[in-house]
Write a protein that binds this ligand. Sequence first.
Ligand code: FPP
Length: 244
Amino acid sequence: MTTEHNPLGLPPEKIPRHVAIIMDGNGRWARQRGLPRLAGHRAGTENLRRILEACVEFGIEILTIYAFSTENWYRPPNEVRGLMSILEQVIDRELEELNQQGVQLRHIGRLEGIRPDLQAKIKQAIERTKHNDRLILNVAFNYGGRAEILDACRRILREGLDPDTLDEETFSRYLYTWPLPDPDLIIRTGGEYRLSNFLIWQAAYAEIYSTPTLWPDFDKEELRKAILEYASRERRFGRVLEKV
Ligand code: FPP
């Protein structure tokens, strides 16, 4: 993928390869308009389409979105059902277009726990788009960072790995995100400064950007601002950068 002529006017190394988004604020967006919370999630889904296009335009390679957390099961049953049916509708109605746009769909999280027919649709969508390489859309659905680490530990123990050879690189191979690189930039809309159990291992050296803008209002211009802010930061990865 080329970022040489990206419209942000930044050198390629200043563009985050992997952006992850905590899409917060749908409920408040709806409440401000006197609408039910699900209307906010629908507006948030519409917004996703715009942000996907902007990501391609800006030369971002991977977009991970936090669509449904392991904690979201505790929301009112109609909201949970609504979020499930949004995912189903996105697959039913948008998959062909996403496929034509060259989007590769991936999933992170626990598939078990999701309705079996929806699980099957997710698997089919992944299979159908697996050769696309314009943008990877990685959907965190029934995802929790602690659950991910526990699942990795369970597999490592079951496989009987030698504890003395286990290092960070090997551990990463057991995470849902493997073989994707860690996120460079994590954006949180809706004004909070929390990771909320999102990519907690992978976020170790990510730049965090929080904005009060509610997710349905987070447009291309807002994404541009986030990337410019990212580009202005000095990433040190725990080291000291020599200054001359
Ligand atoms: C947080 O806002 C948002 C969510 C829990 C769901 C995000 C889901 C979407 C945007 C739909 C896209 C999903 C798929 C599957 C493609 P909130 O409800 O916590 O907002 P609030 O803090 O204002 O109440």
